[in-house]
Design a protein around this ligand. Sequence first.
Ligand SMILES: Cc1ncc(COP(=O)(O)O)c(C=O)c1O
Length: 373
Amino acid sequence: MSANESAIGLAADALETPALVLDLDAYRRNVRRMAEYITGRHGLHWRPHMKGQKAPPLALEAVKAGAIGVTCATLYEAEAMAAAGVASILIANQIVGERKLDRLARLAQRTPGVIAATDSLTHARMLAAAVARAGGALQVLIEVNVGMNRCGIAPGEATVELAGEIHTALPSLRLAGLMGWEGHVLSFDDPTKQARIDEAMTALTSSAGACRAAGIPIGIVSSSGSGTFRMAAPLPGITEVQAGGGVFSDLNYQKWGLTEHEFALTVLTRVVSRPATDRVIVDGGFKTMSVQHGLPKPQGLAIKNLALSAEHGTLELAESSPEQPAIGSLVSFIPGYTDSTVCLHDEMCVVEGGRLVAVWPIPGRTGRREWAS
Ligand SMILES: Cc1ncc(COP(=O)(O)O)c(C=O)c1O
């Protein structure tokens, strides 16, 4: 049993700290906002990315709210989601390495709704070889480079050629469609951001059109994240949206334009020392709160500076205050980036109406044998 499981039913301020805390009501309101915009307003499928959310109950919540399934970054996340009962899982990364490929092929046997990404014929042949060893079939999406210059085959002719090879020469792979992630536009301001999203989505949807014109069926056209989907979803030709982390929101997503969402995920810390009237030390440092993409922000305290060492947060108060916050009192932080904060934790403390109602394990970065069985 984890430290905080024994606190279920108690008020949130009884939690052992540092603790990753999910405000279930705020989270559910964010989920409804995303589902309403993506599926209700724009008639698209929602396949939220779980790379930053990780905990399988969050996937089940999204599916209950109308998501078609989930997107994952790793095979291990996908295995955890499948074990929790999620039926449709896109792994939006290239899985490589023979043992891992075999694990993927076995996962697809157990969960036929698994879809793997590929961006080259060399890699597609590796997928097909793994399927041949395991038996069965595997759905694939071709990842198209829509300008981010990470993975992805060039849009247009190169995409059509790869799609044709998969469709005709690798029968154990079922080509389900295309995906593209416009992550390179996140930090642009309007109107440049909209123009760059338009360009990226045109690269993706015109590639889908060119495949179809060549007689290759393309069902899924998947794209977009929490910092772009509100601008991408109205564009024609996309069938589904991968935005995920917006269900938590954070300082970064807010900066990237997701201003209407609530901060549903926080890190709860406790004051452990008051060495000076303008200095507060809490029990959360960079092993608890990520500094990637910006520092977290304490709620309800005006500070001049925040420094994070491994297990200490040092807050320099804007105005000296010898009494408050006192040793033992709580300081809650809004993460700079929830994605890189969640993965620092083993569990998420779920709070509803001010009480701890559940503790959800967060799958780690390595594959667990029980999920792969
Ligand atoms: C393939 C892919 N899709 C979508 C996203 C957006 O995810 P989120 O909405 O959680 O920021 C990312 C983020 O890195 C990604 O890599």
